[in-house]
Design a protein around this ligand. Structure first.
Ligand SMILES: Cc1cc2nc3c(=O)[nH]c(=O)nc-3n(C[C@H](O)[C@H](O)[C@H](O)COP(=O)(O)OP(=O)(O)OC[C@H]3O[C@@H](n4cnc5c(N)ncnc54)[C@H](O)[C@@H]3O)c2cc1C
Length: 377
């Protein structure tokens, strides 16, 4: 078997794909996995770090621990992708591939929201979450705006979770009464495909006196006046701004010419791009599913099954079903779950599982099982 599979990005998508290919072929297939970082961090760990439930070091899963037969991990920064020739240039050299899989995730476009970089904090990067872990425990009085600067963004429930966990943190310190929390979301409801999940979150906002402003996005932040401007020109003054930056594909993907409207279009059944031998999975692609780790992982599995069936000349697998379950933190240590199905039926659906102790354990298992499967730790 002489095919070389080159996977760009070792996030949810890249890790799952390389693991499945190693499980199937061991050392008989040449799989190269490239990432600029030295470690993977689950998205939800950023909220854990921000609210002091863990430390930044404890949530870093080091790529040096990957020991998968047939998989070589390279810590390199991708500088150029040629999808026609499947040639990739990094800061360390040039890689050629028979099969190229782009799994580079979504990046943040701070410049798209004037003032955000100077006047606001964000909790979507490791460094942003670490900075907030210092700030949140000292904040005792004033107005907080949790604001999303544009859709689509990763993990639709995460900003709602941030607002609820912030309410917890301020209440535990006995300063909640001297603080106000507003939550600005470009979506009409917190989790649009699941009215029940949305209703449960909205009820929680109501109980906790969190002002929910749906259908609006943060247009700009004025650091001098400490004011956030919404897209309808409303102004919200703040003492603390917690933002979700606008997202788009990484610059190197945009420069490759593969994107349309900021992301890589794919056939949602197969995750194939318009370039032969080139796939795109996860947040970097437009596959008709939300931007979340579980969907990146599900898409990667579909690509893995196709490659396995091609290489073994066996029965072709079924199409990507766009199904995934997301855990939702409701505050007070409670965890619910929403089961999303975006592609298998005639309409998008999302069913709600109310918070329970079993779901707290299930979320823990979600993380630990992937740590074991991808990193052997
Ligand atoms: C606060 C928060 C909470 C979240 N909670 C959840 C949750 O509970 N459940 C869930 O399913 N999802 C959650 N998510 C979303 C989830 O983290 C992402 O959707 C998921 O990581 C996407 O996987 P991916 O493989 O597409 O990309 P990523 O996991 O983002 O991986 C992309 C990789 O590409 C690498 N890369 C990018 N550019 C380059 C380059 N030029 N050279 C080399 N490497 C590069 C990056 O370093 C990165 O490792 C959350 C996200 C956030 C921010």
């Amino acid at each position: 078997m002489s095919r070389r599979v080159l996977i760009l990005g070792a996030g949810f998508g890249g890790l799952e794909l390389s693991t499945m290919l190693s499980d199937a072929f061991g050392g008989d297939l040449e799989v190269t996995l490239i990432d600029k970082s030295d470690a993977f961090v689950f998205g939800f760990s950023k909220l854990d770090v921000m609210f002091g439930r863990t430390t930044p070091d404890a949530v870093r899963l080091h790529y040096r621990d990957i020991a998968k037969p047939g998989v070589q991990f390279l810590q390199e920064t991708i500088a150029a992708i040629d999808p026609e020739t499947r040639q990739v240039t990094t800061d360390a050299g040039v890689h050629e591939a028979d099969v190229l899989v782009v799994a580079l995730g979504a990046d943040y476009d701070f410049d798209a929201t004037p003032g955000l970089a100077d006047g606001g904090n964000e909790f979507y990067t490791e460094s942003g979450a670490e900075r907030l872990a210092e700030i949140v425990p000292t904040f005792s009085e004033g107005r907080v705006v949790v604001g999303v600067c544009g859709a689509p963004y990763k993990c639709p429930p995460a900003p709602s979770e941030c607002a609820l966990l912030l309410d917890d943190a301020l209440s535990e310190r006995g300063v909640r009464d001297s603080c106000e929390i507003s939550f600005v979301l470009p979506l009409g409801r917190p989790v649009p495909p699941s009215p029940e999940t949305s209703a449960a979150l909205e009820a929680e906002f109501g109980k906790r006196d969190i002002t929910f402003i749906p259908g609006r996005r943060i247009r700009s932040v004025d650091p001098a006046r400490s004011v956030a401007a919404l897209d309808d020109d409303t102004e919200l003054p703040f003492e603390l701004f917690l933002g979700v930056p606008r997202h788009r594909a990484p610059d190197v993907v945009i420069a490759s010419g593969m994107t349309e409207d900021g992301y890589v279009p794919v056939d949602s059944a197969t995750l194939r791009t318009r370039y032969p031998g080139v796939y795109a999975v996860g947040d970097v692609a437009t596959a008709g599913v939300p931007k979340a780790g579980v969907f990146a992982e599900g898409a990667a599995r579909v690509v893995a099954r196709q490659l396995i069936s091609e290489l073994r000349d066996s029965e072709r697998p079924g199409p990507y079903d766009g199904r995934g379950s997301c855990y939702v933190e409701f505050g007070g240590g409670r965890v619910g779950r929403v089961d999303i199905d975006f592609l298998s039926g005639p309409t998008k659906t999302g069913s709600f599982n109310a918070p329970s102790a079993a779901l707290v354990a299930e979320k823990e298992h979600f993380g630990s099982s992937r740590r074991a499967r991808w990193f052997g730790t």
